[in-house]
Write a protein that binds this ligand. Structure first.
Ligand SMILES: [Zn+2]
Length: 204
């Protein structure tokens, strides 16, 4: 079955640092790549996102005094989890995984490139005001339904799904094409919240 022209497949952050041996590896993150490549053959609209941080990004624990990864800090826009350095602009860790087919993408959205602000969602940065440009791209292309997959389910996929449904898209998360980081029950929390907010959790 092929998806109609008002559907877009959004592939979140399938980058080396989130896969095996990466600095912020998601367990079995690379195991979903074959599935995602086969899904890509069924969509005419495909978007990739790429986490893309400067080395001095404030979401890195290494850039905060006396903090270690997975602690939190208060930023101007609210609570921010601190991460190990990852997806630094121009490094191998920021590149897409070599097995991901990137040839079919119509658009690549880079996010998290401003030093002071992190960006989990593909639509808004973490201040929930600064747009990434994805909403404009999708609306100009008459996309009404978004299908989300990639890494990680409980952070970037989750925040993207919530923003997508708030922006009026019929929103699907493809559970067999995503994996979670799992930090203090974040996986279950994100699944419950998506159900409440009318995100369709599906297997394809
Ligand atoms: Zn990041």
């Amino acid at each position: 079955m092929n998806f109609e022209r008002d559907c877009s497949l959004i592939i979140i952050d399938l980058q080396n640092d989130f896969c095996a041996d990466g600095s912020l590896a998601v367990n079995e993150g690379d195991k979903i790549i074959n599935k995602i490549n086969s899904l890509q053959t069924k969509f005419s609209s495909i978007v990739l996102t790429q986490d893309w941080h400067p080395l001095d990004h404030l979401s890195f624990a290494s850039n905060q005094n006396n903090k270690t990864p997975y602690e939190t800090v208060e930023m101007s826009y609210g609570v921010q989890v601190l991460w190990p350095n990852h997806c630094v602009q121009g490094t191998f860790g920021a590149e897409f995984h070599k097995d991901l087919d990137t040839s079919k993408a119509n658009m690549i959205i880079r996010k998290g490139y401003r030093k002071q602000i992190d960006s989990y969602s593909a639509f808004y940065e973490n201040d929930k005001k600064t747009l990434t440009g994805l909403d404009g791209f999708l609306k100009q292309n008459n996309i009404k339904k978004v299908y989300l997959c990639g890494l990680a389910l409980d952070f970037c996929v989750y925040y993207s799904a919530i923003d997508a449904t708030n922006l009026g898209y019929e929103t699907y998360v493809i559970l067999n094409a995503t994996k979670a980081i799992e930090l203090d029950g974040s996986k279950n929390k994100s699944l419950k919240d998506m159900e409440i907010k009318n995100v369709n959790l599906i297997h394809l």
